[in-house]
Write a protein of this length. Structure first.
Length: 429
């Protein structure tokens, strides 16, 4: 029976995909989304509430006033600010890590130190809060080298420097004048993949592997973004590699967090680099689902998401399971003119599909309703996501829909999934 009211916090494509999947649960009557977007406003059984994702007091009041059975936190900022601790103290169920557990994402320095403490494979690194010491360290390291801001930066606080000048500029910019901190990491070669688990202490369920496309331009060129498209599955995560990721990375991480008094309940996202010998190493952890990885993952999820998240948030994850469609899914992000710099806002979006089905879903991110019109209202605007018998078919369906959607100055990559398909063709030859 549909009785539960759920609150999803956030307004991006990840949150639209979560709200859509939660609303499909036979147990869920209504999904409130705060603040949501034009996509969640139009979604069956979903309603937006005009509360910002970082307004913890107002979110708590909303959950209480609306008698919400479960709150699901999408983005990292409220997690890092301790929203789950606040809800738990008020006796409200919230799915996501506590502030202490979310430090695995909120501080890159904490994460790297944690990985080393628990002998979890990762690259070499050093942490600095003074420019001179950081520059002296750079002189001792080979290129390329990775410079990361310590705190949250929406996927944009990472510079992979290929020249000394780029590395020095990144250090100066990130340390600025105002007491910042940087992590300088050795560059790891290989193929990147995202491996996400639904965790409750040391119990966990795996999501299928996925891959983001972080650079703005075709051929992985240009600056980093929040993510320009994603695919699932990720061929690089073979059964053997997944077994290694679980035993060498996920299990020691969950056990280590629990042992340090930071027991993790929520989605734990391991950003991995997998080298030519199939050795996985951690590039970073996120304390939440990936965006845009969530969009193809939710297209593949067959099970009742609400049942699994409710079980985890009540300490009963062992009673839950997740079933996945064997097909491939692929999402193409359409961004506003100017992204990843300052995006142009307020452009009308035309050509959105009138009907959607199991094979095609347009998840909204930076959109808002203006009467009947849908306008751009953020950097990443849509994630056009398709499910197909294989990756090639999913790609065909997604790009056919992208071709029908139009807004002024739309920015999108033409090669989402192309590298994975080229690799498949190589292996088949
Ligand atoms: N897709 C990268 C992220 O969510 O951080």
């Amino acid at each position: 029976m549909r009785t539960a009211k759920v609150l999803v916090i956030g307004g991006g494509g990840r949150e639209h995909a979560l709200a859509w999947k939660l609303a499909a649960s036979p147990q869920v009557a209504t999904v409130l989304v705060a603040p949501g977007n034009a996509g969640t406003a139009r979604e069956a059984r979903c309603e937006n509430r005009p509360v910002a994702a970082d307004d913890l007091d107002a979110l708590l009041a909303l959950a209480r006033d609306e008698d919400v059975a479960l709150t699901v936190v999408g983005p990292e900022q409220p997690l890092a600010a301790g929203i789950v601790d606040r809800f738990h103290s008020a006796g409200l169920a919230a799915f996501g890590p506590t502030r202490a557990a979310a430090a695995i994402e909120a501080s890159k320095a904490f994460c790297k130190d944690f990985l080393v403490r628990h002998r979890i494979p990762t690259g070499g690194y050093a942490v600095f809060d003074a420019v001179a010491a950081a520059l002296a360290y750079l002189d001792t390291r080979p290129l390329p080298i990775v410079v990361k801001a310590d705190g949250l930066a929406a996927g944009k606080g990472v510079v992979v420097a290929t020249t000394p000048i780029q590395a020095q500029q990144a250090v100066r910019q990130m340390l600025g004048g105002s007491g910042g901190r940087v992590v300088i990491e050795d560059f790891l070669a290989g193929e990147e993949a995202s491996f996400i688990v639904l965790a409750n202490g040391t119990d966990y369920l795996c999501l299928p592997g996925s891959q983001d496309h972080k650079r703005v331009g075709d051929g992985d060129t240009g600056p980093n973004t929040g993510g320009m498209g994603a695919i699932s599955p990720a061929a690089v995560i073979t059964d053997a590699t997944e077994a290694r990721v679980r035993t060498e990375i996920i299990e020691p991480t969950l056990a280590g967090l629990a042992a340090e008094g930071r027991s993790f309940t929520g989605f734990l996202y391991a950003g991995l680099m997998i080298d030519a010998e199939s050795q996985p190493r951690v590039l970073e952890f996120n304390a939440r689902l990936g965006d845009p990885e969530t969009q193809p993952l939710m297209m593949r999820l067959e099970s009742d998401l609400y049942a699994a998240l409710a079980a985890a948030s009540h300490g009963r994850l062992r009673e839950a399971s997740l079933r996945w469609r064997p097909q491939a899914a692929l999402g193409v992000v359409m961004a506003a003119a100017g992204y990843p710099g300052t995006p142009r806002l307020g452009d009308p979006i035309q050509g959105l599909p009138q009907t959607e089905d199991d094979a095609l879903k347009v998840f909204h991110a930076g959109t808002r309703l203006d009467g009947e019109r849908v306008l751009t209202s953020g950097g990443r605007v849509l994630c056009v996501t398709a499910l197909g018998a294989d990756l090639a078919r999913a790609r065909e369906v997604a790009y056919a829909a992208v071709g029908r959607i139009d807004f002024s100055g739309a920015v999108y990559r033409r090669d989402i999934g192309a590298r994975a398909l080229a690799k498949q063709a190589c292996i088949a030859a």
